[in-house]
Ligand binder design. Structure first.
Ligand code: ATP
Ligand code: MG
Length: 570
């Protein structure tokens, strides 16, 4: 491609509304442009990279035996009502109506459509397993679209769906998909880890996310160096505190804590360590109110409560008036003793004795509270957030914390959709059974900023080999009656004929501008052709890392030089 014929509007200034480096660079390098919040256009070079990522994903999906299809983006509401997710997705779905007032949504995901597609015809165990996939736009009205195409409202996803006649068959395919994902992310040059993940709105029994490591990433994960444990912090387990020495139970005592709201205030006033206080929160869930208890220094992880309850949501009761109605006290004085709602407590505080909680009476706390004696029917669950210093639940080594970007997720769905949408097959004995299903997503458009986020410097992007839009850029500098220009064009033509994807900067710009642009757009190799080199019979090559080399051209056929360059380009 000749840059003089290309559309590459690079920016000198850093765009003011971009925070993440990948977002700034995608705008500066002329890869994308914003249309409106969370909606972007891809310019030629951005689209080219997107297509390269897509190709890697497609090759690995085909290799894993999945069959490519294309499903509609416009989806009738009826199907979503059938599965019960019209309400569950709620405001995250873009909804529309046709001229007859029939309701539709722009597909945020395709479990309903795919189950509907196969349920009329996929009836025999002989046709299972089946894996179908597509690469298609998804629409989600995200609350906070941000960081460009990292979290956008229209984005490109690869989504695959599998149908099985047994859990074993699903396990096999799930394993195959995991391997395909590993191949994809390795080939793209990402530094990634797979972690256990919450199933969220997709539902199902088991899920893993593929995370690209990046300090600015929105997701926090934990990993263990000693064993293979890794998890999204939202559901991460930790090594539970062992039973301390058995303390003698002291008499429960009501103590005054006038006007005190925080754990620190109460602890100071009562002259007890904050770890001896248990905090109480009240949540409103699908099935009513529950109390959730964690240690004085800990924070609650709502996803863990939601997961344990199998609830769609759990909202902390946050109005003073409501909390008074439920407990009889203001926030600062609430506690579990005497509450007639289910109580869930964090596993880590099970070994506590003689602890302090709010008395459900304004300005009072209870000291020396004990589980069996003072609280009935408490369920101990993994409830608090994991914290730095926590140990691995499997092997006890210290957990490592990382920030990351979610680039893919795979799910064992079980029969959630086949049950609700009546997707059934006949087994060998002729019995009708619901398909066992899996689904598998990759955020193709999110991978673009994820790759950049892992590969840039102060001058710009540093593309990895498999996604770089061009393998090398020929830069002609200086004027010598067209000799350098001619060599530049010759090299460009020969390399292009050899099948290399080459960019030729033939613009009438200063060398400084050309070099800066080449670094900004991240091309791995520059081939510099100019009078100084020509005089010595060489062209200079420079990697994006700044390593330079010279290739002799004097006395050689251009073909040989192209051959040498080809080796450098790889
Ligand atoms: P997130 O938690 O980031 O909102 P999700 O878990 O809801 O994502 P999935 O339903 O698992 O997303 O979708 C599969 C993949 O699609 C994700 O792993 C992610 O890479 C990508 N993706 C999801 N939402 C967006 C978005 N708004 N913009 C760009 N990519 C997205
Ligand atoms: Mg996900």
């Amino acid at each position: 491609m000749k840059l003089s014929n290309y559309y590459l509007p690079t920016l000198k200034e850093t765009p003011a509304d971009a925070e993440m480096e990948s977002h700034k660079l995608m705008l500066k390098a002329g890869l994308i442009r914003k249309v409106t919040a969370g909606v972007y256009s891809y310019l030629p070079m951005g689209f080219k990279v997107l297509k390269k990522i897509e190709r890697v994903v497609r090759e690995e999906m085909n290799r894993a035996g999945a069959l490519e299809i294309k499903l509609p983006i416009i989806q009738p509401a009826d199907l979503w009502e059938e599965s019960g997710r019209w309400a569950d997705f709620g405001p995250e779905m873009f909804k529309l109506a046709d001229r007859k007032e029939r309701k539709f949504a722009l597909g945020p995901t395709h479990e309903e459509i795919i189950t509907d597609l196969v349920r009329d015809e996929l009836h025999s165990y002989k046709d299972l397993p089946l894996v179908l996939y597509q690469i298609n736009d998804k629409y989600r009205d995200e609350i906070r679209p941000r960081h460009g195409v990292m979290r956008s409202r229209e984005f490109l996803m690869k989504d695959a769906y599998s149908f099985h006649d047994s859990q074993e068959s699903l396990d096999d395919t799930y394993e195959g998909m995991y391997q395909a994902y590993a191949n994809v992310f390795d080939r793209l040059g990402l530094d990634w880890v797979a972690v256990e993940a919450p199933t969220g709105l997709m539902g199902g029994s088991y899920s893993q996310e593929f995370m690209a490591l990046a300090d600015e990433g929105g997701e926090e994960i934990v990993t263990c160096d000693q064993c293979n444990y890794s998890s999204n912090t939202e559901i991460a387990k930790y090594q539970v505190a062992s039973d301390g020495k058995r303390e003698e139970l002291k008499d429960i005592k009501e103590v005054e804590t006038p006007g005190m709201e925080s754990v620190e205030e109460v602890a100071n006033h009562l002259e007890v360590p904050t770890q001896e206080i248990v905090k109480t929160f009240i949540y409103r869930t699908d099935d009513g109110l529950v109390a959730a208890l964690v240690g004085g220094d800990d924070s609650i992880e709502e996803m863990k409560l939601i997961n344990h309850l199998g609830a769609k949501k759990a909202e902390m009761v946050s109005s003073e008036e409501e909390i008074r109605q439920i407990t009889g006290a203001n926030f600062g004085s609430i506690g579990p003793v005497g509450l007639d709602i289910p109580v869930y407590a964090d596993l880590d505080i099970k070994s506590m004795a003689n602890f302090t909680v709010g008395a459900n009476k304004n300005g009072y706390h209870l000291k020396n509270v004990n589980w069996e004696r003072d609280l009935n029917d408490v369920q101990f669950i993994n409830l608090r957030q994991v914290e730095k210093g926590d140990h691995c639940p499997k092997c006890g080594a210290k957990l490592n914390f990382h920030r990351s970007i979610e680039v893919g997720q795979i799910f064992q769905l079980g029969t959630k959709y086949s049950d609700s949408l009546n997707g059934e097959y006949h087994d060998e004995e002729g019995n009708l059974k619901p398909y066992v299903m899996g689904c598998y997503g990759i955020g193709i458009s999110r991978i673009l900023p994820a790759v950049i986020q892992q590969n840039y410097d102060e001058n710009g992007i540093k593309w990895t080999d498999s996604v770089t839009p061009f393998s090398a850029e020929i830069i002609v500098i200086g004027s010598d009656e067209g000799k350098s220009d001619k060599l530049g064009i010759d090299l460009y033509q020969k390399l292009s004929e050899e099948g290399y994807d080459i960019l030729l900067d033939d613009r009438d710009e200063s060398p400084g501008v050309k070099f800066n642009d080449a670094d900004l757009i991240g091309i791995p190799l520059k081939v510099i052709v100019g009078p100084r080199g020509l005089k010595e019979g060489v062209v200079e090559v420079e990697t994006r890392e700044g390593k330079t080399d010279e290739l002799e051209i004097e006395g050689k056929e251009i073909k040989e030089t192209v051959g040498q360059l080809g080796e450098k380009i790889g």
